[in-house]
Structures are given as structure tokens and as C-alpha cells.
Unconditional design. Sequence first.
Length: 200
Amino acid sequence: MVGPPRSARRYNPAMRWSGLAAATSCFLLLLAGCARPQTAAPLDPSIQALAPAAPPPTPSLAEPLSPAMTTEVGACTNDARFIEDLTIPDGSVVSPGVEIDKRWSVRNAGTCDWGPGYRLVPLEMGGLSGPAEVALFPALAGATVPLQVVLVAPASPGEYHSIWQAHAPDGTTFGDTVFLVVNVEPVPEILVSTSTPVSR
């Protein structure tokens, strides 16, 4: 027995191109899946990543330095200037063995104040007797003060002189020298008459 005839298929060109496109897509995907993925080369540990550069500092107005940072306090200076003789002018005549109270007027011409440790010492005694040193009269810088030494005249007649100078606490001498010049002369004898007056 012959069955009923099957209906004939109709040819559609669009269906052919769509199938071809689908097959092409599958082939491309297959090629992509078979390709070996490229792996990145490992980084050399000796190479360090560069840090981003720091932004330049914001300019600001310079602050004035304090006086303590700009000014250095230097050491003061010692100086002394002779003004005048106050007692015993040069060339005065004195008797042998008497005390001589010599005084000078001196100005503190330095920037240091004269305090403890400042001395007046002899550079030359010149035959006169006296102390090895005397304390300087305390004086602020710029002040005028008297300097004093008490000496003893020798027994022998003649001209004698003594030179003195100021010493700082560290032992250095400074300033003008001051000096004394005297003439030692014996006291003239006073003749006393012991004769008896003649009566008339």
C-alpha cells in the first residue's frame, strides 16, 4: 500500500546564509578557545616601582630670626686711661722713711666693669717699698675712679720712681701705666744756739 505523499519542502536562500553564518561563528570561537593565553613576564624584584614625585613646597614668607640667633655676645674689653695725679706730684721732695700716699685719677675706658679679681700691680718698684698688689677701685665701664697705693720712701737720698698697671682677673695687663717720681732728701738740721748771751 502506498501511503500519502509527503509534502514537498520549499527552498529558502535566507536559511542557507543564516546557517553558514552560524557555522562561521562557531569556527571562530573554536579557534579563540584553542589559542594559548599569553602570560605576563614576572617582574624583577630588584626593580622598585618609582614613587610619585612629591609636590614642590608651597613658598611662604621667611620668619625673622630672633636676636638670640643673629647676635653673638662677644667678650668685653679692658682698658684704663690716666686722667691726672691726685696726690704727690712728680718730683715731690720727701723725707727718708716716710709713707707716701699716692693716688691717681683713672677712667675705665673699656667695656668690662671692674669688680672682684681686678688688681693694680707694680711693674717696677724702683727702690720704694710697698704691697705686691692692691685691689682696683670697683668701676663700671666709662666711670672715673681713684687708684691708690701707699709706699715707703727709702732711707738713702736720691730720685726714686715706681710704675704700676692694672691687671684683669685672667692675669693680663691693660691700660695706661701710672707712676710715682719722688726725690728723697734728708731733713735739714736746725741749728740751736747753746751759747749764753753776752750781757751788756
